[in-house]
Design a protein around this ligand. Structure first.
Ligand code: ADP
Ligand code: MG
Length: 711
């Protein structure tokens, strides 16, 4: 019997008890949103007047009346206790990219050995967690560790259940004693507000009746699932979220047979459980399918208001992990868990609506089309002006392995409009003002747009920023990233672009508005059309072409973080009240630090695995081969000596390389990140060659062919 852990893991997967056949229990959605203190719950549990005030804050952005906090807290507590909650927590999103919660019991001693369950308005509105151990980039010294969490009533409180209880979770923003944002939500909320204001201003120019601007997001989440037995024998996955070693298997994704394939029953059971939990939380999970890589999947909800959608995506990631565990699986959200195999992204579907109208929906009449084209042009100019900031928002150690790896968009940001829309934009640029009417040219307010296909415009999967019928899909975001950063940037740069347009439109006399607008859009198109590219973004030709067009190509995190230090960019965020200067500086520090730490951790883990798991196996085998060779020579074997000699030599050579690569990596660990990265890759090359040379039953790390295909 082999004592190889890896083979035990394979056996464990093989002997998993087979789950009972489907019960076919009748399904109802009665529980949808049951664990959310949503509008319905508010109206049920709160006095009418209080509910109305709270809804005004949630729906219309009215300032929160602090006088109602007590009533709301009381109702929330009773509602939560009905669902088994004993504790509450302010749930927030610190700069480490995850979520944070510190639980407090409702329990209050009431004297004489008695206790009551209490939850005050103050408990609801502010929290004061010890914030000293969250990254702050120098904004808050540890000796004044106080951080504050502030209730975000626009994202409803919800219940998290566990085996023997439940917790009331209150979405909050997190800031320092001096009011600086220490989280991802605060700047996001600020950017939404800024964009709403700019949208209103622009819609005023078009004489639209006042309405509410809603920024919407539908994030598609990609992930991998592998059996937990394998995971536990991969210290690299456990510690860094990705495999630092692993030879490519003969078959991986080249047969293209996984994408949209029939979903295996075990995975489907997992997906159903995830969906049930999400629906209970009012998260509208809608789409599920197999993705391109083996063992890769996707889940997508129906879009929602941005702030809520971001919170919901954080919960989706958390629940994917938790439910996987219950199913003996592990959910990998890393951008590139397996080298040479497609990585995971998060397609960020973004749009903005005003009143009932999605502003990115091509309209049926000239007026609506004028608005559509104006918003389209605002996005084009914003993305062209600030491609660097968008790239910046996707920077992470994990995403560095994915962007530009011919499976995900390159690090060059460009816009895909589709041929038809591009043609329209070109005609608009040509479009003669006033009376002259060049053939094929579009004149705003006179022509209607030729009917645009609403779907199927975009099947270009290579573009980082694609118009997909009624929204833009930004595809460079990483699978493990919070959507907050990307959308905060999008909102801010589009607010700026809209304001620039409004400023010009506001000066136009009513009679010549259409001609004036046409002129404004023409100018935008001619100055920013270089950002539009409908071809294959994965080719070298595009990289060269993009360079000619002067588009930034920020290949690595280190390059991609630099735009945060650009004074013009800083000024933009400050002008729109999204960041203060110290906040921006702190973010740069935090991201940089995180990057360096992660690179170093990967180096350390790789070294440890190579020395403590791979080397011993290689040495054993070297010994075996040499013993066999010596024996063969001793007995004067007629055949085999030359083969054994070669194989012992080959292994000896690899062994030398392995020792050298380990020593080199060890020497590089205190050095700069580039040196660590390079040494980690060099070590990997040796280990991966060993994997294909050494006795299969001795190889300690579960192999790619097992992790990706055995589940
Ligand atoms: P595909 O994979 O073809 O891009 P999916 O159906 O997987 O499409 O995902 C599209 C996402 O875009 C969904 O989450 C959907 O709800 C979202 N979406 C649709 N309309 C809008 C909109 N107006 N604003 C934001 N997101 C939207
Ligand atoms: Mg999709």
């Amino acid at each position: 019997m082999s004592n190889c852990n890896r083979l035990h893991a394979v056996n464990a997967v093989a002997s998993r008890p087979v789950p009972p056949p489907c019960s076919g229990k009748p399904f109802s959605l009665d529980f949808y949103g049951d664990d959310v203190f949503n509008t319905a719950a508010m109206c049920r549990c709160l006095p009418k007047e209080t509910a109305a005030k709270l809804l005004a804050t949630i729906r219309d952005g009215q300032p929160l009346d602090p006088a109602i906090a007590g009533d709301v807290a009381h109702a929330m507590k009773s509602w939560a206790m009905e669902r088994g909650a004993t504790h509450f927590t302010h749930w927030f999103q610190p700069l480490n990219g995850g979520t944070a919660e510190k639980h407090d019991a409702f329990l209050e001693p009431a004297g004489e050995g008695q206790a009551i369950m209490a939850f005050s308005g103050k408990n609801l509105i502010v929290g004061e967690p010890d914030a000293s151990s969250f990254p702050s980039g120098g904004l808050r010294c540890t000796f004044e560790a106080r951080g504050y969490t502030a209730w975000d009533p626009t994202s409803p409180a919800f219940i998290k259940r566990h085996a023997n209880g439940a917790t009331l979770c209150i979405p909050t923003a997190f800031c320092s004693y001096t009011g600086e944002a220490l989280d991802k939500k605060t700047p996001l909320l600020r950017s939404i507000q800024a964009l709403q204001k700019s949208v209103r201003r622009l819609m005023d120019c078009f004489g639209q009746p006042a309405a509410r601007a809603r920024v919407t997001l539908g994030p598609e989440q990609e992930y991998f699932l592998i059996d937990k037995n394998f995971y536990l024998h991969r210290p690299d996955l456990v510690q860094t979220g990705r495999t630092l070693f692993g030879a490519p298997p003969a078959r991986h994704q080249q047969l293209e047979d996984h994408y949209f394939g029939a979903i295996k029953p075990r995975i489907l059971a997992f997906m159903s459980d995830v969906e049930e939990e999400l629906w209970r939380l009012g998260i509208p999970a809608k789409t599920r399918h197999n993705e391109v890589a083996p063992a890769q999947f996707e889940i997508a909800p129906v879009f929602e208001e941005l702030n809520l959608a971001v919170d919901h995506n954080m919960l989706v990631m958390e629940l994917l992990r938790q439910v996987a565990d219950r199913h003996g699986l592990v959910c990998l959200l890393h951008e590139k868990p397996f080298a040479g195999i497609n990585g995971s992204g998060k397609h960020n579907n973004w749009s903005v609506s005003y009143g009932r109208h999605n502003l990115l929906e091509p309209g049926d009449d000239p007026h609506r089309n004028a608005i559509f084209l104006t918003v389209l042009c605002a996005v084009i100019s914003a993305v062209d002006r600030h491609a660097d900031l968008l790239r910046s928002a996707t920077a992470s150690v994990g995403n560095d392995h994915r962007l530009g790896a011919n499976e995900a968009p390159p690090a060059i940001v460009s816009i895909f409009l589709g041929e038809q829309l591009t043609e329209i934009i070109e005609q608009l640029e040509k479009g003669a003002p006033q009376t002259s009417h060049a053939p094929g040219a579009i004149r705003i307010g006179v022509d209607t747009l030729p009917p645009l296909p609403r779907d199927a415009t975009d099947r270009n999967r290579t573009s980082p920023f694609a118009f997909t019928g009624n929204k833009f899909e930004f595809r460079a975001a990483g699978s493990s990233q919070s959507c907050a950063g990307v959308n905060m940037v999008l909102n801010t740069i589009i607010a700026e672009a809209m304001d620039a347009i409004s400023e010009k439109l506001e000066k136009l006399p009513k009679e010549t508005f259409n001609e004036g607008l046409q002129q404004v859009l023409r100018t935008i198109i001619s100055s920013h059309k270089r950002i539009i590219f409908n071809g294959d973004n994965y080719t070298d030709a595009w990289c060269a072409e993009a360079a000619r067009r002067g588009l930034p190509n920020l290949r690595t995190t280190m390059e991609a973080l630099q735009p945060l230090r650009d004074p013009a960019n800083q000024e933009l965020f400050i002008r729109y009240g999204v960041f203060s200067r110290p906040e921006l500086a702190s973010r740069y520090e935090v991201f940089l630090e995180e990057y360096h730490r992660k690179v170093r951790i990967e180096g350390q883990v790789a070294l440890e695995i190579a020395r403590s798991m791979i080397l011993p196996v290689a040495v054993d085998e070297f010994h075996r081969r040499n013993t066999a060779l010596a024996t063969a020579e001793k007995v004067g074997a007629k055949h085999g000596v030359s083969g054994l000699c070669r194989s012992a030599e080959l292994l000896g050579d690899l062994l030398d390389q392995l020792y050298a690569a380990c020593d080199h990596l060890e020497a590089m660990l205190p050095e700069k990140h580039e040196c660590i990265l390079e040494a980690t890759v060099a070590l990997r090359q040796v280990v991966d060659r060993l994997e294909s040379q050494l006795d299969d039953k001795c190889w300690p790390l579960p192999k790619y062919r097992e992790m990706l295909f055995v589940y």
